[in-house]
Design a protein around this ligand. Structure first.
Ligand code: ATP
Ligand code: MN
Length: 475
């Protein structure tokens, strides 16, 4: 029979009942009176179960000294009302079994107060700390909330490919996937393209590669998502996404998880409303289902986090056109590292000023200059802007990027030409505009950015179990 979890015992365990639990020791205190207190954690919640072990428990003397921080034990006994104020119940041991010791001289989490950097170096053990246990639980709750949100609205969950031969954003920030032997290529042993011009630089012959052409890891499932949205109705993807951008920031990972809904018959304003409802639902679910963990983040990580989240729930997201945003930024008297004028890409400093200082709440910036955005975004009649939207939130900046998609064949082809893309490479995507084209829209939400918003953690490398970033893919 599976053992009960500590979260359940603390919530509804009845004094007088016999129970058995197992977990990892957080601390042990020995009392001079001949008994010990063990704080046991099994990851089901932040709180520990207090265990009282009397010296009359069989094997007490030999076993108890091995019951150190990090060791795993199994305990059977009787649940009793606790005289302490900290907990409702405690477990009085009748048997104590050491499952696995943890050498007190070597166990890296013997002491508290390690730096985030150090904990990143022991990513295999950091889930055993309060903070990383809480992050794992909140992350799980967010994922559950995301699936529930879309499932309740009739969206289909579709799986778009991870290996792809199309570059959705048209930018060179993809990880190449190849089975070619790079050492051989470097030694000039090919496979190289045949060329009549001896002066031409040698080029790799990708027809010899696994997929017969150059392939990469996906930077977005959107284009494939559109093919399903225009067949089965609203869909969403939720999967790993890869970007080889060499940006060593606290908000970028090389491997992250993205949720991308795509909806036929949605225009930009419908898209905005869905994005707002989506974020609010996640926030509400986490505050409801992870109260203890959220109080921990508010106390230990960021004292403003609960107030920020309540503020998000209490207000409509402000909608601001890019042009208005630029006006605010140029008139506010602030000096910028990246100067502001109409046509520039908004930088993190600008985004954070708008959402944190100027509006003090989430905002949705829309109608960006066409030159800043990818080919698939719908062109506005002004000839200058596209129906793009970014959701910006306090503490993080951009959390969602999305748009209404260009559904007109000729406009799309013209945009591809403008972006130096070959329509033949995207023939299947262009086909959607040839056969039964419809207005449609969608967006991408970065899962780890949401976790930054929810937990108040400062570095995105700490809200994913195993972060990948330039120079690091350990574990
Ligand atoms: P940014 O400007 O912050 O680099 P972006 O505009 O390149 O982001 P999009 O292409 O719009 O990002 O992707 C949609 C969402 O995916 C973003 O709003 C963000 O939440 C998330 N995201 C994008 N790149 C990363 C990354 N490298 N690491 C983590 N999340 C990311
Ligand atoms: Mn974006």
């Amino acid at each position: 029979m599976p053992l009960p979890r500590i979260a359940q015992i603390l919530l509804e365990g009845q004094p007088g009942t016999a129970i058995e639990v197992a977990g990892w020791v957080r601390t042990r205190r020995d009392n001079k009176g001949g008994f010990s207190f063990i704080e046991l954690n099994d990851g089901s919640c932040m709180s520990n179960l207090q265990i009282v072990v009397d010296s009359s428990v069989p094997g007490y003397t030999e076993t108890i000294k091995l019951v150190t921080t990090g060791a795993s034990i199994r305990v059977a006994g009787e649940l009793k009302a606790s005289p302490g104020a900290k907990q409702r119940v405690e477990l009085h041991a009748q048997t104590l079994t050491l499952l696995g010791p943890a050498d007190a001289l070597k166990y890296p989490l013997q002491k508290k107060g390690h730096s985030w950097e150090f904990l990143r170096e022991i990513a295999h053990l950091r889930p055993r700390t309060n903070t990383f246990g809480a992050i794992a639980r909140v992350r799980n709750t967010v994922c559950y909330s995301i699936h529930r949100f879309f499932q309740e609205r009739g969206f289909l969950y579709v799986h778009t490919p991870i290996i792809t031969t199309s570059d959705c954003e048209g930018a060179g920030e993809m990880f190449q996937v190849t089975t070619l032997d790079l050492d051989k290529v470097a030694a000039g042993k090919g496979p190289l393209q045949k060329s009549d011009n001896p002066a031409a630089a040698p080029a790799i012959d990708y027809t010899q590669d696994f997929f017969g052409k150059k392939a990469s890891l996906t930077v977005s499932g959107q284009l494939e998502g559109e093919t399903f949205a225009t067949a089965v109705g609203p869909v969403y993807t939720f999967g790993p996404t890869f970007r080889a951008e060499n940006s060593n920031t606290t908000r970028h990972l090389a491997e992250f998880w993205m949720i991308e809904p795509e909806m036929p018959f949605y225009e930009l304003t419908d898209n905005m409303q869905l994005a707002e409802d989506f974020i609010k639902t996640i926030v509400r679910d986490v505050l409801r289902d992870r109260t203890e963990d959220m109080e921990f983040f508010n106390e230990r990580i960021d004292k403003t986090i609960l107030a920020t989240l309540k503020n998000i729930l209490d207000h409509d997201f402000k909608r601001v056109s890019y042009t208005e945003a630029v006006e605010i930024l140029t008139k506010c008297g602030q000096t910028w590292e990246y100067p502001v004028e109409w046509g520039i890409n908004l930088q993190a400093e600008h985004e954070r000023y708008l959402t944190e200082k100027h509006f003090g709440q989430p905002i949705i910036v829309y109608d960006y200059p066409r030159t800043l955005k990818p080919f698939y975004m719908k062109c506005n009649a002004d000839g200058k802007t596209v129906r793009a939207m970014d959701v910006l939130v306090p503490g993080v900046g951009e959390i969602i990027g999305g748009s209404q998609r260009e559904e007109d064949l000729d406009t799309l082809l013209a945009r591809m030409q403008e972006c130096h893309l070959n329509p033949e490479d995207y023939w299947w995507y262009v086909d959607l505009r040839r056969y039964g084209t419809v207005p449609h829209a969608g967006f991408g939400l970065g899962l780890e950015r949401v976790l930054l918003l929810l937990t108040g953690m400062q570095n995105i490398r700490d809200v994913i179990p195993y972060p990948r970033f330039p120079g690091s893919a350990d574990f």
